[in-house]
Write a protein that binds this ligand. Structure first.
Ligand code: SF4
Length: 214
């Protein structure tokens, strides 16, 4: 069985991201933005790319959208300690343009490593760019938001990007409702963790035999 991930392992990935010069985005960045949150986080949120403030501060989701994301997490009884945030690309595209496909591809390995290390109970996919990266060829956000999508043993929940909900009250309500569904997915994951292990096949067989014997 795989051991618990350590902060050192996460920081090692962060260090490689900060030093990365694999794609052209390293030329225009102030600094790379690896991710933020504890290695024990049960939820990982994945956005598109760092913006201007994130590029300056080296942390993801530092503006109003980040504040809303924290509120959403708190609305289901969790705290920022339960959340690890990152993006599909770790360096800011100039002028906040969309990341190019080759930039997303170049940066993919880091996101894959972060997911493999943290093994979160739920991965929140924030917006359509992250959706394209993590669940390619799936239906759009408007259809999938709030749904649980299990792929390769991982649980994904697409959500509207919090930035889109900042000035749209109904989208904010949708996000809150979707987060309540996320709470139920987390509760199920928790229940599975604490469920007694299934008895080995021989034990089941023996038990059934004793039923027939009576
Ligand atoms: S966006 Fe990703 S691949 Fe490109 S330079 Fe930054 S860390 Fe490296």
């Amino acid at each position: 069985m795989q051991g618990a991930a350590t902060t050192e392992e996460l920081l090692e990935i962060h260090g490689r991201i900060r030093a990365c010069v694999t794609c052209r985005l390293h030329v225009t960045r102030t600094q790379a933005v690896p991710g933020y949150g504890p290695v024990e986080a049960r939820i990982m949120a994945v956005g598109e790319a760092p913006g201007e403030k994130e590029d300056q501060q080296g942390r993801p989701f530092v503006g109003a959208a980040g504040k809303l994301l924290t509120e959403l997490v708190e609305s289901i009884g969790l705290t920022r300690r339960d959340l690890y945030i990152t993006n599909t690309v770790k360096c800011r595209p100039p002028g906040n343009r969309d990341p190019e496909l080759d930039e997303v591809a170049a940066c993919s390995r880091f996101l894959d490593e972060q997911i493999a290390l943290l093994r979160p109970d739920v991965i929140l996919i924030l917006g359509r760019h992250a959706l394209n990266r993590l669940l390619p060829e799936s239906a759009g956000i408007s259809r999938l938001h709030g749904e649980r999508v299990v792929r390769d043993d991982r649980v994904y929940v697409p959500l509207y990007h919090p930035a889109a909900a900042l000035y749209n009250g109904s989208l904010r309500e949708t996000l809150l409702a979707d987060m309540r569904r996320v709470r139920s997915y987390l509760d199920e994951a928790e229940g599975m963790r604490h469920a007694p292990a299934a008895p080995p096949p021989e034990a089941v067989a023996a038990d059934q035999l004793s039923l027939f014997a009576q």
